[in-house]
Ligand binder design. Structure first.
Ligand code: FA5
Length: 343
């Protein structure tokens, strides 16, 4: 190798090693590799005229070129693996997961407060020998009104604003039609309750919903009196509230009972002082009840000379409000999970 060639090989190598050290990215390394070690690179250029050299010169130049090539390849490899280490480190930092952090727990659903109270009432009555029945939410005018002794032109129909459907159907305004279905299906003697959803075209406020729940109850037997009715109502309410509740009966008019009553309990939210739920009266109407009207028994094929009965219709949704201290009925069907998760 001539002295000039030797010098240019050394300066090439020094220059390249420096560029390798100061490379900022993998792409810079690749550029140096192509420029020096590529097929048309500078080292290849220096070995072009090898054929014209003597065997000794060729051997010594080959050695020098190989050494330079090796030195550059090593430097490139080292620098490349340094870049890869940094990249791996950065990625590990970014993807670091703390396995000791507790996993976000599975949130199980819960029963709706109306379902909870409904089940308690069902258990109470089932333990006293009552059967739980259900009826359709889309009812006939016959079951909802006529068979309950509410004739077509009777003003009592206006007591419950009805959502009418086509073909004489309606959304039941109370659970009382299940009395009719129960009497016709099972006959006397009879002990039944019927929880369910009912619908009224109402002005909405803190205690009035258009869609709410009632529980119907009925007992038909040979010797029935108002004292039976009061006994069962008190047993139910005290079982539910798990404390003594103050109740009062006021005369109430329902065409399907005679005599009829409104049973009220002293407001458990305000203790009778008056609040928005009890409309400042201290009392909350919980249910309508009475002795079954002879016409109703007769229309369901039961002889009123032989059989008598009591019946009640309880506002389940309002009872739930009392039970849990809920001050607005609209929370119950608002679908707000923060509210529902409390139960
Ligand atoms: C009835 O629905 C009768 N079927 C009850 C009955 C059955 C009487 C058997 C006699 C014998 P009333 O319309 O009063 O009656 O409703 C019964 C209960 O439902 C009320 O006491 C009240 O607690 C509840 N209620 C009535 N309207 C609403 C409403 N818009 N929102 C929430 N609860 C209501």
């Amino acid at each position: 190798m001539s002295a000039a060639n030797l010098e240019s090989l050394e300066s090439l190598e020094q220059d390249a090693l420096q560029r390798i050290q100061s490379a900022a990215a993998l792409a810079d390394l690749e550029a140096v590799r192509v420029e020096l070690l590529g097929r048309k690179g500078k080292l290849a250029g220096l070995s072009k005229d090898m054929g014209q050299l003597t065997p000794e010169e060729r051997a010594s130049r080959g050695k020098l070129l190989n050494r330079a090539k090796q030195a550059l390849e090593e430097a490139l490899e080292q620098r490349k693996s340094a870049f890869e280490d940094t990249a791996l480190h950065t990625r590990l930092q970014a993807e670091w997961v703390d396995l000791t952090v507790p996993a976000p727990g599975v949130r199980p659903g819960s029963l709706h407060p109306v379902t909870l109270v409904q089940r308690e009432i069902e258990d109470l009555f089932v333990s006293m020998g009552f059967t739980v029945l259900s009826g359709p939410e889309v009812e006939t005018e016959h079951h909802n009104f006529d068979a309950l002794n509410i004739p077509g032109d009777h003003p009592a129909r206006d007591m419950q604003d009805t959502f009418w459907l086509e073909g004489g159907y309606l959304l039941r305004t109370h659970t009382s039609p299940v009395q009719i279905r129960g009497m016709r299906k099972l006959g006397p003697p009879l002990r039944m309750i019927a929880p369910g959803r009912v619908f009224r075209n109402e002005e909405l406020d803190a205690s009035h919903e258009h869609t709410f729940y009632q529980i119907e109850g009925m007992m038909v037997d040979r010797e029935i009196s108002v004292s039976h009715l009061i006994y069962y109502m008190k047993t139910m309410l005290e079982g539910l509230f798990r404390r003594e509740v103050t109740v009062r009966l006021r005369p109430g008019y329902f065409p399907f009972v005679e005599p009829g009553f409104e049973l009220e309990i002293q407001c458990l939210l305000c203790g009778g002082k008056g609040c928005p739920v009890c409309k400042q009266s201290g009392w909350l109407e919980q249910l309508g009840c009475g002795l079954v009207h002879p016409n109703v028994l007769r229309m369901s094929g039961i002889d009123p000379e032989e059989w008598m009965g009591w019946a009640f219709g309880l506002g389940l949704t309002r009872l739930v409000m009392m039970r849990y201290g809920i001050d607005d009925i609209r929370h119950l069907q608002g679908g707000d999970l923060r509210f529902l998760r409390q139960f």
